[in-house]
Design a protein around this ligand. Structure first.
Ligand SMILES: *Cc1c(COP(=O)(O)O)cnc(C)c1O
Length: 838
């Protein structure tokens, strides 16, 4: 039902009726002014933009609060199955505009503010991004919250309320410098509700006493306990009056019960103990696709999981008595392995707190929990030392040990004598707990995030697990919220679409296929080009203001924005730009479509090579942007502090979407989908969701190059690639690689030595040189195609028209139906079939 087939589409499920708030413009204005005065004790004229923003957010929250209470009341009555999405990251970005849009009062609000001389956009820009995530994984969690609420389902997020989000990036002298992201400047977040009465106690350390008197009991003693205090962020459904919540836990210690004397007479010691313990939720670890085995991180993971599970079981028991019904009434989903301790924690609660026996508890746990895998990169797979777990979480470790024993026995029974298989699948091996193995063993569903990624899991990375339990494995290709990434980020395009095909695409994103016939409508294509130009002018203005660089809005805006990582191959892009520059220096009159290359992205602070990549791009940008001899044909920009808000500015203004990861390494990508929906053409490898984008948009409408995943995996398995061969046989490559270290750049000759040596002396692990020539050709084709304006616009249009399949609502419907088994009817997605142009 949910896959693209040619069968007849069943009748549509009607979306929950849209009942936008009936607030009059004048009432809204008066309420705004009253809220402002009340909150700040200032008149409108005396207030700063920040104060006005806070007042507008507070007024919006007032409306949300009513819906939140109503939703809760309705749910207490209907008792629908609840979904809890556990994620260590949520990359929310700003919420004011999305809340106004979802409430259906954005226009009313804008008009009301204009009556008192305020531009809504000015206030929207006052909001700090909530950057509680690193990149794709955290943004995905945020997009799903939005979809769950839009579809009216009882889905909640659980996460951590980091005091500091992902670091703020500043570029100084071409290098990345990191600054704390102090997003909670006033110690509170305008959207949250603090709920101290629902705090949970999370225990660390101590010992476990085994008490056998008929029934074996495990008594956890001498532990340290920290309070997890919840802060609920409302998640507003699109025009359906539903409000779900994202519950973020914050660590707190209540010292009023500690006598100072046990800390050595001095109350200062009690206070510093409090600060130390509460620092548990201070920072988000800034690593993307990389595992860091620090004890504080393990504490964070358990803190999230234990507080959330206690809350989930408590809520369940308010309405249901039998724990055996848990899997029918609750689905717990873990976003990658970071919350995988949910498995032993649920076992602990069921066995120790509710006296269930092992088999019963295990059956409930497995049926309740499902797991999404996000990566095949070996360096990202979490493994915790046994000694660390044993010390920090003694009871949890005992349970993991027992899970491992039983799981290994089961594998052995099915494969007698196959020790290698048992060892490769064990939850505990070589003194380490393998979190992915724990997650697979303890859940009923394991899914990858794009077709190719799931195939690689099944056939290669997790093949042993797949043959052991094939039915656990499935694919759910990622999606993004079209409301944020198209409706809000690109209002001009959204209007053009609605004027052409009506507004049904807002509820049924697959209705974007109704745009297909406009691919032959010259006037429409011209309007599409005008929208893009306007968005490019907006971005150019930002660039001029912030970097004092003037860019040509008739040039191709070619964007490569994402975390900086070797496998994402920002270096390949840089080497290609060096090659273009070399050609222009040789012959300034050579025919070349003018380009503006835009980069953005953060490097993990300890990731040396990624930071050097930033320096390479900024150094190249300096050299090229200053060079008058190339007649402004090339510009290179590195836009600092890439985050959700910056993505919302760059993506609608881009012509080309660089998705050039080494094939097989990018699980899905979601940046690629945002660009597609905004009418940028993908230049990419056959990796992650790029493959499905090329199927949906039709291969003619995107630019594909490079090795296939199969070829890459074969090289990894059997060797056979020597970068020196490529280097010696292609003078274009030799030149750019040499330029890294031969004084071409006005920097220390060793500045880019690491990058140079990785390519030549360390085997070019990500196949940059191997893919270089095919990348150059694809880029050449991009340049030529762009000159044919109407063809280009037609390609853009067909991408937009077929992007509905990548809406998060579709992804979420698949999770709901096939993994969480929710009983609510959901829209069907077969009208997403790609529509070829005939
Ligand atoms: C979408 C998004 C990402 C993920 O981008 P990929 O290209 O899929 O890696 C990362 N960061 C931000 C801010 C995003 O909006």
């Amino acid at each position: 039902m949910l896959t693209k087939t040619n069968q007849e589409c069943p009748t549509r499920f009607p979306m929950p009726s849209s009942k936008p708030e009936h607030v009059s413009v004048v009432d809204f204005r008066d309420a705004f002014v009253a809220t402002l005065q009340n909150l700040h004790g200032k008149s409108l004229a005396e207030s700063t933009d920040q104060e006005k923003f806070i007042a507008l957010a507070a007024l919006t929250k007032e409306i949300i609060s009513k819906n939140l209470i109503e939703t809760r009341k309705q749910r207490a009555h209907d008792k629908p199955k609840q979904v809890y999405y556990l994620s260590i990251e949520y990359l929310l970005g700003r919420l004011l505009e999305s809340n106004l849009v979802n409430l259906g009062i954005r226009d009313t609000c804008a008009e009301a503010l204009s009556l008192v001389g305020i531009e809504l956009n000015t206030l929207l820009a006052q909001e700090e991004d909530a950057g509680l995530g690193n990149g794709g994984l955290g943004r995905l969690a945020a997009c799903y919250l939005d979809s769950m609420a839009a579809l009216g389902l009882a889905g909640h997020g659980c996460g951590l309320r980091y005091r500091y989000g992902l670091f703020e990036q500043k570029i100084v002298g071409g290098y990345q410098h990191e600054y704390p992201d102090n997003w909670l400047k006033n110690r509170s977040y305008v959207w949250e509700y603090r709920r101290p009465e629902e705090k949970a106690s999370v225990r660390f350390g101590g010992t476990v006493r085994v008490h056998t008197n008929g029934r074996t009991k495990f008594i956890h003693e001498n532990y340290e306990h920290i309070w997890a205090v919840p802060y609920d962020v409302p998640v507003v459904g699109y025009k359906n009056e539903i409000v779900n919540t994202l519950r973020l836990w914050s660590a707190e210690v209540d010292i009023s019960s500690h006598t100072c004397s046990i800390y050595g007479q001095d109350c200062n010691n009690v206070i510093s103990y409090k600060h130390g313990a509460e620092s548990l939720t201070d920072i988000l670890y800034p690593d993307d696709s990389h595992y860091e085995g620090r004890v504080l991180r393990l504490k964070q993971q358990y803190f999230l999981v234990s507080a959330s599970l206690q809350h989930i079981i408590h809520s369940f028991r308010l309405h249901h008595s039998k724990l055996s019904e848990l899997p029918d009434k609750v689905a717990i989903h873990i976003n990658d392995t970071h919350p995988a301790l949910a498995i032993p924690e649920l076992m602990r609660i069921l066995i120790d707190d509710y006296s269930l026996d092992w088999e019963e508890a295990w059956s409930i746990t497995v049926k309740t929990i499902s797991y999404t895998n996000h990566t095949v990169l070996p360096e990202a797979l979490e493994k915790w030392p046994v000694s660390m777990l044993e010390q920090l979480l003694p009871r949890i470790y005992m349970i993991i040990h027992e899970i491992n024993e039983r799981y290994c026995r089961d594998i052995w029974t099915k494969n007698p004598g196959d020790w290698d298989r048992v060892r490769s699948m064990a939850v505990i091996a070589d003194g380490q707990v393998h979190m992915a193995h724990l997650a697979i063993a303890g859940s009923h569903s394991v899914n990858g995030v794009a077709k190719i990624h799931t195939e690689i899991l099944k056939n290669s990375v997790m093949n042993n697990f797949y043959t052991h339990t094939p039915n656990k494995f499935s694919n759910v290709t990622n999606g993004i919220t079209h409301r944020r990434w198209l409706l809000m980020a690109n209002p001009l395009l959204a209007k053009l679409i609605t004027d052409a095909i009506g507004p049904s695409w807002l509820d049924y994103p697959c209705d974007l296929t109704k745009l297909t016939p406009f691919a032959k409508d010259a006037a429409f294509l011209e309007d599409l080009a005008k929208v893009k130009l306007q968005n490019k002018l907006n971005l150019a203005k930002y660039i001029k203001h912030k970097y004092n660089v003037i860019v040509d809005t008739n040039s191709i805006f070619d964007s490569h924005i994402k975390r900086i990582h070797a496998y994402k191959r920002q270096c390949l892009n840089a080497l290609h730009i060096m090659h273009l520059y070399n050609m222009l220096r040789e012959n300034p009159n050579i025919k070349m479509t003018p380009r503006t290359f835009i980069f953005g992205g953060k490097a993990a602070p300890g990731y040396y090579k990624a930071k050097k990549t930033i320096k390479l791009i900024t150094t190249l940008a300096d050299k090229i942007n200053k060079d008058k001899t190339i007649n402004g044909k090339l510009k290179v920009l590195f836009l600092g502090n890439y985050n959700v808000s910056l993505a919302e500015l760059i993506i609608p203004a881009s012509d080309v979407s660089e998705q050039i990861s080494t094939a097989s390494r990018e699980a899905s990508g979601t940046g690629n989908m945002k660009f597609m929906m905004n009418g940028a053409l993908t230049l990419g490898t056959m990796d992650g969701a790029n493959i499905e984008i090329s199927e949906a948009a039709d291969a003619d409408n995107i630019f594909i190059f490079g090795l296939s995943a199969e070829e890459v995996l074969n090289y990894y398995r059997h060797g056979g690639y020597n970068p020196w061969d490529v280097y010696n046989s292609d003078p274009r490559i030799k030149t750019v690689v040499d330029q890294l270290v031969n004084g071409f750049f006005p920097v220390d000759q060793n500045e880019f030595r690491t990058i140079h040596d990785a390519l030549l002396y360390h085997g070019d692990e990500y196949f940059l040189l191997k893919d270089f020539s095919s990348y150059v050709s694809a880029q050449q084709q991009v340049g030529e195609t762009y000159l044919s304006k109407s063809l280009w616009q037609q390609m853009c249009l067909l991408n937009i028209a077929n992007s509905g399949w990548f809406a998060g609502d579709r992804t979420f419907s698949e999770y709901a139906a096939e993994i969480w088994h929710l009983d609510q009817p959901l829209p069907v997605w077969c009208q997403c079939q790609s529509q070829a142009l005939h």
